[in-house]
Design a protein around this ligand. Structure first.
Ligand code: NCD
Ligand code: ZN
Length: 346
């Protein structure tokens, strides 16, 4: 039995850091284990231009604890008014590594997202030309589509037509939650990849809804039935280059989670690597963890694998704080509901 595992320092290819007091509270949780992260731009107002991304990058760097090395990889929020020339300049600057597509209304702070895909065609064509990835929140928002079907419907009605209309566009299907997402990610060449979160490897929809509603397990896309969770586990632990970690760690203070209209998001930055070691061990695939968390992502984003390493060791039951205390209020750390015995040494 393996009790210790050394691997390149991981990266998180989908992370919400927020701003202000929450940023200060949660950033150390990610920077402790991760070398880099793709930083989601769904602030209020969103990070739309290179100037916005440059200013947000500076705020993140200013919030980093002294002596920590962490590289935020910035992302622009695609709007119907996005200027292709600004996107090209952002990519050329080296600061911005992707553009994010939120269908309008799909999730937290997505009102500035795209309604009419024809309006963003020039931006997508420019991105295909320069090789800048498009990160896609893959859910339709039509009220008549059942929330558990929104990802599968999006793939057929939006994503596939969009990719066919824009040959060469490099796309990351973010936080896939279904076997249809896994199958579609496998249907194309190396211009298509998919991220998978830690919590979607652990939760199915019963965990959210059976035996009392669990607001801290509610996220978007919402966890689906067990067959989908098993398909995600098989994909994540396969070692295939197209699947990599995007935690979608999405902090909201408890007052907004434990609420009559609770916010979507699971906060997993603190314990993700321990949880992943547990999951990969359960699947008999500990040797694939470094592919999922440290190698496949840089491969897709055409960046070097981190030279620094972390070591995971198995021992006593792991402990982490129930909550991260920020000046905006406490943020509950994801509780998997089972004991975990893995520890991270940096
Ligand atoms: C994210 C957030 O809170 O910003 N929430 C979530 O449930 N994942 C938005 C998102 O990534 O959909
Ligand atoms: Zn997200």
């Amino acid at each position: 039995m393996t009790h210790s595992l050394t691997m390149p320092r991981p990266d998180d290819w989908h992370l919400h850091l927020r701003d202000g007091a929450v940023l200060h509270g949660v950033l150390p949780e990610t920077a402790r284990h991760f070398a880099r992260a793709i930083i989601m731009p769904n602030l209020v107002p969103p990070v739309v231009t290179l100037a916005d991304a440059t200013a947000y990058h500076a705020r993140i760097m200013a919030a980093l604890p002294k002596g920590t090395t962490f590289e935020p990889l910035m992302v622009l929020y695609l709007t119907e008014g996005t200027d292709p020339a600004d996107v090209a300049a952002a990519a050329a600057s080296g600061l911005v590594k992707a553009v994010k597509l939120y269908p309008a209304g799909a999730t937290t702070n997505s009102n500035s997202g795209v309604r009419d895909f024809d309006k963003v065609r020039p931006v997508l064509e420019k991105m295909a030309e320069i090789g800048l990835p498009l990160c896609v929140h893959g859910e339709v928002t039509a009220p008549e589509v059942d929330i558990f079907d929104r990802e599968a419907v999006f793939i057929d009605s939006v994503l596939d037509p969009l990719r066919r209309a824009t040959p060469g566009l490099r796309v990351v299907m973010e936080h896939i939650t279904t076997m249809q997402g896994v199958a579609y990610a496998r249907s194309a060449g190396d211009d298509l990849a998919a991220t998978i979160t830690t919590h979607h490897l652990i939760l199915n929809r019963n965990h959210i809804l059976a035996g009392g509603i669990k607001p801290h397990y509610y996220c978007l896309p919402v966890a689906k039935r067990e067959t989908h969770r098993l398909a995600l586990r098989a994909a994540a632990t396969s070692g295939e280059a197209r699947f990599f970690l995007g935690t979608d760690s999405a902090p909201h203070v408890d007052a907004l989670k434990e609420h009559a209209c609770g916010c979507a998001g699971c906060f997993t930055a603190t314990n993700t690597m321990a949880l992943l070691a547990h999951v990969f061990e359960e699947e008999g695939a500990l040797d694939k963890l470094e592919h999922f968390a440290a190698r496949n992502g840089p491969g897709f984003y055409r960046l070097p694998v981190n030279e620094a390493t972390i070591t995971l060791t198995k021992g006593e039951p792991a402990k982490w704080p129930d909550k991260i205390l920020t000046e905006a209020g406490p943020v509950t750390v994801f509780n998997p509901g089972f004991p975990v015995h893995w520890h991270v040494d940096c």
